[in-house]
Design a protein around this ligand. Structure first.
Ligand code: URA
Length: 188
């Protein structure tokens, strides 16, 4: 199975009620041999319109941080979300929506076999690292799970609201760059 085949299956998904209100399924975007996987929460309005992750204002900010450490969705990373369809009014995904959608992320994970997973914000961090995860206290720390390193940082949309955390995120991306140099073979 290739990522493109999984994408075709995912685009037809009707496993939860978000399929009724979505414009597009947002499967994810990036290179198929990515060693670093970024995981956000779920599509917003711009992502739902375009079918691509992080293309609105918070996406521009994410691209800026990626670029600062020589990463890009066109070149060497993959970007996905916990839920692939937009929750109405940008509310947090409901537990049943998350549970219905997680098998898609698991299969993305199995195909990519990333060395490092970066959670963007609380929803992804609590789902993938620890249900009690606090981004404020724990951002930038790497934890190993089943041979993969996980780290979380502030969600770019949160940074647009609280720019005071921007330097902390630069620090997290600098730490990420170091970890990539240690653990990855073809990202740089
Ligand atoms: N916020 C997210 O969590 N994911 C996106 O794809 C866009 C905005």
């Amino acid at each position: 199975m290739e990522l493109s085949e999984l994408q075709n299956e995912c685009l037809a998904c009707r496993r939860c009620p978000l399929c009724e209100t979505r414009t597009h399924v947002v499967f994810g975007q990036g290179v198929p041999n990515a060693e670093v996987l970024f995981v956000g929460e779920g599509p917003g309005a711009s992502e739902d319109e375009q079918g691509l992750p992080f293309v609105g204002r918070s996406g521009q900010l994410l691209d800026h941080y990626l670029e600062a450490v020589d990463l890009s969705r066109d070149k060497n990373v993959f970007i996905a979300n916990i839920v692939k369809c937009r929750p109405p009014q940008n509310r947090d995904p409901l537990p049943e929506e998350t549970q219905a959608c997680l098998p898609w992320l698991r299969r993305q994970f199995q195909l990519l076999q990333p060395k490092i997973v970066v959670c963007l914000g609380r929803v992804a961090a609590q789902q993938l690292i620890d249900p009690g995860y606090s981004v404020t206290h724990d951002h930038g720390k790497f934890v190993e799970k089943g041979g993969t390193l996980f780290m979380a940082t502030y969600h770019p949309a949160a940074l647009l609201r609280y720019p005071v955390n921007k330097p902390a995120v630069f620090g997290d991306f600098a730490a990420l760059r170091e970890k990539i140099c240690e653990r990855c073979t073809h990202t740089y």
